[in-house]
Design a protein around this ligand. Structure first.
Ligand SMILES: [Fe+2]
Ligand SMILES: [Fe+2]
Length: 170
């Protein structure tokens, strides 16, 4: 076994091979490398426009963390509970990496209401992921900084996978 590191969230993974996806933030395996190759890009200068992109993304992530927590807590089905719980953890990791990149503290998570049946929560999850994919894809195109483009494109990729998963389950 050897240590690997996610080039997007910075989390570590010890195993024999690069996993299919980061177990923490969910980005594709191509963003995971030998731990020695990791470069810390946090604290880079960002334009005013890019800072706003990150702040907007953090709002979406914080709201999704709260929503998935509620959806997991009240899930009627155990598999659905697992799904909401893990996706909520991905979103929490996205919130953390965005806050780190911006050099700010993570915000308090304000609780959100969710409907108490799984089907309605699935539908809402689908809509939330759709919104995130569209927003992050635009940020990836419009951000001037190469590192920020990379972050948004990596997280747009995993939100797209969430979206596809909810399409299958709803
Ligand atoms: Fe990661
Ligand atoms: Fe996310």
């Amino acid at each position: 076994m050897k240590p690997f590191r996610c080039l997007i969230c910075g989390e570590t993974y010890i195993g024999n091979a690069v996993p299919d996806r980061c177990p923490f933030c969910g980005v594709a395996g191509r963003y995971i490398a030998d731990a020695a190759e990791y470069v810390d890009y946090n604290g880079l200068e960002l334009s005013e426009k890019s800072r706003k992109f990150v702040q907007q993304a953090m709002k979406i992530e914080a709201s999704n963390v709260a929503f998935y927590k509620c959806a997991a807590d009240c899930a009627e089905n155990d598999v659905v509970k697992v799904l909401f719980k893990r996706i909520g953890k991905h979103e929490a990791e996205h919130l953390e990496l965005l806050a780190d990149h911006l050099g700010v503290e993570e915000p308090e998570i304000e609780p959100e209401k969710c409907c108490d049946d799984d089907a309605a929560n699935m539908q809402q999850s689908h809509d939330r992921e759709d919104r995130a994919v569209k927003m992050y894809s635009r940020f990836a195109r419009e951000a001037a900084e190469p590192r920020l483009k990379e972050i948004f494109s990596a997280i747009a990729g995993i939100e797209q996978e969430h979206y596809k998963m909810f399409n299958t389950f709803r």
